[in-house]
Design a protein around this ligand. Structure first.
Ligand code: UDP
Length: 327
């Protein structure tokens, strides 16, 4: 299938693009390179552009005869979204609206949307099923939930078939450790700990040690990037016939911040300084997925159920690319 990958130069988008190619699809990457890396995309058409550019979107959809769109081009930092809500609603909601308008105009109806566990806010129970109350506590989560709602209403017109995939914590490197995670500035836990292990930062800070969790630090469900991308392919193939698909994507196992730090120490064989600091705004104590719906309906299976193997792949990428992508 000819697939437009919005945000295809970013961490998840570049892994997705490589997987689409390996499975015989024809991806076209659309990215403004505000966060992504040109060198993370190899041997596929690349459109340098912004999702706010309606004309360019229309031209691209027609030129490449796009049949489906995967949308990864969004801001992703919970803490930053609390500090800058308007920027988040603009990029994550307004630009998604523009993209959906362009798709509607061009008659493209298949849409796979990167959603997030942050749509649930502080969940009533864990592991989280898709039916739980959606009450985001950050502008990031709310901006994503609003896009889901827009998709749902639009799908009722019969002009959109969409999948909203609610990611838990995407991590690790794909392509055998060759397609990795490189944000600037880095804000995600595993790459930050790895940078501390490599001596590239002074310490790793734990954001909050007074959460109601076994060791006082936040618990998250870490899912390998390739497992995540596999679910997108499965969802895309169902959009021939399905109007609305919503799935949690996680392993179902929770690891605390302290446990993730210990795992990086074990995998890397390095010791480094750990500093306990206050909570980061917008962080729920525990987020773990019940992904049985995706397993049952999509036939989704994960290859990386254990954190250690996920961290090994990330460690491999970081040691091969000590300065990141360099572009
Ligand atoms: N975290 C931390 N120190 C850091 C970065 C993150 O303690 O330097 C914590 C953060 O508060 C959260 C978990 O690690 O509980 C995962 O954060 P990340 O930003 O990687 O992903 P998120 O859960 O926000 O999607």
């Amino acid at each position: 299938m000819k697939v437009l990958v919005c945000g295809g130069a970013g961490y998840i988008g570049s892994n997705m693009t490589a997987m689409l190619v390996s499975q015989g699809h024809e991806p076209v990457v659309f990215d403004n390179l505000s966060k992504g890396h040109r060198s993370a995309v190899k041997d596929v058409p690349f459109v340098s552009g912004d999702l706010a550019d309606f004309g360019l979107l229309i031209d691209t959809l027609h030129k490449y005869e796009i049949e489906g769109v995967m949308h990864f081009a969004a801001f992703i930092e919970v803490g930053e979204s609390v500090a800058e809500p308007l920027r988040y609603y603009h990029n994550n909601f307004n630009n998604a609206h523009n993209l959906l308008c362009a798709m509607d105009d061009a008659g493209v109806r298949k849409f796979v949307f990167s959603s997030t566990a942050a749509v649930y806010g502080i969940p009533e129970t864990v592991p989280i099923t898709e039916e739980l109350t959606k009450a985001p506590i950050s502008p990031y989560g709310d901006s994503k939930l609003n896009v889901e709602k827009m998709c749902s209403f639009q799908s009722e017109t019969g002009r959109l078939n969409y999948a909203a995939l609610r990611y838990f914590n995407a991590c690790g490197a794909g392509g055998g450790g060759t397609i990795g995670e490189d944000h600037s500035p880095e804000s995600h836990l595993i790459p930050l700990i790895i940078q501390a292990a490599m001596g590239k930062r002074e310490d790793i800070k734990i954001f909050g040690t007074d959460y109601p969790t076994p060791d006082g630090t936040c618990v998250r469900d870490y899912i390998h990037i390739e497992d995540l991308c596999k679910a997108h392919l499965l969802a895309l193939s169902k959009l021939d016939t399905e109007r609305e698909l919503v799935y949690n994507l996680g392993n179902g196992t929770g690891y605390s911040v302290r446990e993730v730090i210990e795992t990086v120490k074990k995998v890397s064989g390095k010791d480094f300084k750990v500093t306990e600091t206050g909570r980061r705004p917008g962080d729920p104590p525990v987020l773990t997925a019940d992904a049985s719906k995706a397993r049952k309906e999509l036939g989704w299976k994960t290859d990386f159920p254990e954190l250690e193997a996920i961290v090994e792949s990330a460690w491999k990428w970081h040691t091969l690319h000590p300065d990141g992508y360099n572009d």
